[in-house]
Ligand binder design. Structure first.
Ligand code: AMP
Ligand code: ZN
Length: 112
């Protein structure tokens, strides 16, 4: 079981934001913005490179969880960034797909 599988199954504690049958959302342990939530599918998918057409509904749900988490955190009106780092050049460090929901401050573009 990977780190995020353990978080989703509550074997490792986290600051939960919401949970449903398919997804688990929690605060990032090392926030890059005043609000930094991670949303993960409960099913283990290592990276977007491993997502298949079978995951289409789940991936749609994951993306729609971005505004859901933003609303709970109170940053839906001020704005937020949704990020899915994939692979080495993007800096992916945990190989279980996760959607970063970042907000609470203005952000630069392009990212570093
Ligand atoms: P990435 O670099 O896109 O793979 O993002 C992984 C994220 O997971 C980083 O922002 C880490 O701070 C975060 N992270 C790592 N371990 C934990 C943990 N135990 N609880 C919450 N967030 C974590
Ligand atoms: Zn996993």
């Amino acid at each position: 079981m990977c780190l995020f599988c353990k978080i989703a199954s509550k074997q490792i504690p986290s600051k939960m934001v919401f949970e449903d049958d398919d997804l688990f959302a929690f605060h990032d342990i090392n926030p890059g913005a005043p609000t930094h939530v991670l949303v993960i599918p409960k099913a283990h998918i290592s990276s977007m490179n491993d997502a298949t057409p079978d995951h289409q509904a789940l991936m749609g749900k994951l993306l729609l969880a971005g505004p859901r988490a933003a609303k709970i955190a109170g940053i839906d009106a001020s704005g937020y960034r949704l990020v899915v780092n994939t692979g080495a050049d993007a800096g992916q460090s945990v190989f279980h797909v996760h959607l970063h929901v970042l907000g609470g401050r203005p952000m630069a573009w392009p990212p570093g």
